[in-house]
Write a protein that binds this ligand. Sequence first.
Ligand code: 9MR
Length: 418
Amino acid sequence: MKKHLLYLLCPLFIAAANAQESADTQALRDYAEKSGKKIGVAVPVWRIDVTNDGLPETQAVYNNFNILVAENEMKIDALQPNRGQFEFYHGDNLVNFAERHGMTVRGHTLCWHKQVSGWISSDGGQKNDHNYSREELLEILKDHITTVVTHYKGRVHEWDVVNECLADDQSIVRTNPTAYALRPSVWYTGIGEDFIDSAFVYAHRADPDAKLYLNDYGVEMQGSAKTQAYYNLARRLQKSGIPIDGVGLQCHLTVGELDSAKFDNNVKRYASLGLTCIVTELDMSIPDLGAADAYEKQAAEYRTIANVLIKYDHCPNLVIWGVKDDQTWRRGEPLLFNAAMQAKPAFYALYDVYKEYAENLPAGIESTAADAVGELPPFVDVYDLMGRSVARQMPRERIYDLPAGLYIIDQKKMAITH
Ligand code: 9MR
């Protein structure tokens, strides 16, 4: 506790807090690695220069974290501002930075209803107001995903393939407990529901080793309709043979909102689907910054989240959505470092969780970052568009090598294209 106060009160300790504690030479990422986990951060590359390893911000990033995410620079509008013109400069700088410092990279995001280039959708991704046909939009999606994932093959280790595709209103699950509703977007409106299936297949074909994720917000706590809808969608994709590896729970939370039992119950059940479940965008706003224990309460909720994830092999990653409190999309000082780059109690809460776990690993157990082991049946049925069976009992891994054309797979008869 004393060490925490020291870091908070004395700016001279900024550099030390960035890296590690003077009394303890292990950094946050060291303890995470020893625990078999990864701890990540999203970096706003337009504000933090990742070509400069000497900044307090970049030092804090590579000293403490072992996963890196571009907060904005790998979204469609950044990567393909004009049709066929790809801009990899900022994304490449971020990947180079990560490689210099032994970090893995999460790519965010290949398909979203926001930050979509104007040539695809004039309002940033919601309307199909250039009136593209289904085939044209599939071609645009395929070309974007294939080009980007191929460019970063072997260097970006996992992708948020489809981001925030669920509608906020999921009252449909009250009458149909296995249903889900999708939000309107250029992709959904123009292509149909199987834009999701196709996006995963395109990404998998471009880099079969990359881990592929759905990602969404408001899906963290068991009991909410949207949480159930997210599970339903993930289950449908997985059972349809779509190459999905896991789900991301964004966790944009406010202090007081977290229910540890509901969070735990929700996280836990993805294991039975053979999916990983990771936290992808954690930030924890403080509603009343004037309260005496504001930062301690915030720290307690960070701690709770880490304590849940650390228990489960199918929960390998925890990613924080930003580096410092004055460079975030949210109010309420939601991050681990303050504007002066001093580590906050929330930082030490995470530090303590990983340290304690790493130091108490059962003897003889080697820690490894976990990969989910899917319980998939080995064969699937394949149909053509007319519903005719074109292959009975095809090995599941061959689905993605099918010749160009439109196929329907599995009992659910969802389309995967091209
Ligand atoms: O943090 C991002 C912010 O800088 C952008 O202005 C914003 C634009 O939509 O996107 C923010 O990141 C979002 C992420 O990509 C998806 N989940 C919600 C995040 C916060 O809005």
